[in-house]
Ligand binder design. Structure first.
Ligand SMILES: [Zn+2]
Length: 156
């Protein structure tokens, strides 16, 4: 969280507690660069989830991208679409209920693999094999492209 006084990015959380409404967390922050103190309120909501890539870059969590990567890995598998929907919702709920808005990309990949492993081994293996490269590439777009089997270019 950037310091509102001096712009320093590396501020520290001094104290976290639920706010009165109990749907947000109140954090008291301290800036070691200028000594400034400020308070932030944090809500856990899907649109506020931020993915932290292994290179430290931040990116808004995109449910559609996650869904696409999962659907591609399940292509032509005998799994009912409702079951896939349920699985995706379950994954998102897990991410939302982790209590933090910042989630490492690695953690997301692991949760997805866990969920896939329970439903379909083939999809799991597909996802996991691309996931290894994903960690090197560290880009969800690349990941989706790698998962996508070479099909007609008109598909997207
Ligand atoms: Zn500061």
């Amino acid at each position: 969280m950037r310091c509102p006084f001096c712009g320093n990015i590396d501020t520290q959380v001094k104290d976290s507690r639920p706010a009165e409404d109990h749907v947000s967390i109140r954090r008291r922050r301290f800036c070691p660069a200028c000594g400034g103190r400020f308070t932030t309120y944090e809500r856990v909501q899907l649109r506020d989830l931020v993915v932290i890539k292994t290179n430290g870059k931040r990116e808004d969590f995109d449910r559609d991208k996650l869904e696409r990567s999962i659907r591609i890995s399940m292509q032509k598998r005998p799994i009912e679409p409702e079951r896939i929907d349920q699985m995706i919702s379950g994954i998102v709920r897990r991410l939302e209920s982790m209590g933090e808005t910042d989630i490492a990309s690695k953690q997301i990949g692991e949760i997805v693999m866990e969920a896939l492993a329970r439903i379909d081994t083939v999809a799991y293996v597909r996802f996991a094999s691309v996931y290894k490269n994903f960690q090197a590439a560290d880009d969800f777009e690349d990941f989706v492209h790698e998962l996508r089997p070479p099909v007609s270019p008109s598909e997207e």
